[in-house]
Design a protein around this ligand. Sequence first.
Ligand code: CIR
Length: 264
Amino acid sequence: MGNQRLPPAITALTRDISPAITRCELTHLERTPIDIEVARRQHEAYERTLSDLGCTVHRLAGGDDMPDSVFVEDTAVVFDELAIVMRPGAPSRRIETAAVAGALAHHRAVRHIEAPGTLDGGDVLVVSRRVFVGSSSRTNGEGVDQMRRILTPFGYTVEAIAVRGCLHLKSAVSALDGGTLLINREWTDASRFAGFELIDVDPSEPFAANVLRIGDVVACPREFPRTSGRLKRRGLHVRPVAAGELAKAEGGVTCCSLIIGNDG
Ligand code: CIR
């Protein structure tokens, strides 16, 4: 663990894996059997990792009526000043937002993306005051415009950016710190990140760009050791997490939590 810095107290909202996850939305992957018990064990280990890294974990109930409930990131985006509850692009997922909005109201003022806007939290990459929003199959221009209108008064800039070949912007790029991004250039437009240092995923691990930074530790899927090795060689503190079972539902490590207060 060396001399890594612990983050200030932060909350991580997580959510149950639904018994109906076998009916989850799929966009780029073929449906393959998901072992719910394995997925639950991996999710519990993920929650323990968040606790170890200083988060207070609060798990919301899921249900048979929300197959993708565990992917709580897609339902909201949390800033220091407010939380914005999304209107997910997949109609089957809109039922997920009410309980999340209720939980967030204990932490932040809550605003909402409204019809006809659609926006998935997985499309939102926040790096200090810059907010990049993926134009994916889940997020439309009206959703991006609404987000811009909400955030501009707080000093954020909101920039739409292309996503191709993957589900969400954060499948293609995620933040390692305020100036460094981990990226799969095949899936988004790297030229839009001028001024950032870009670290490429290992070419044999296209899904490895989705990592979760907590303080100055980066939780990385255990399934992508080559990309993790690249990060370690750069001096980053890497914490491996098993994420293989939920990856069959097109989920990554950022998707399974909503982090509140991650200013480290
Ligand atoms: C979906 O298609 O909505 C889910 N099966 C997976 C969502 C993963 N979320 C994310 O990447 N932020």
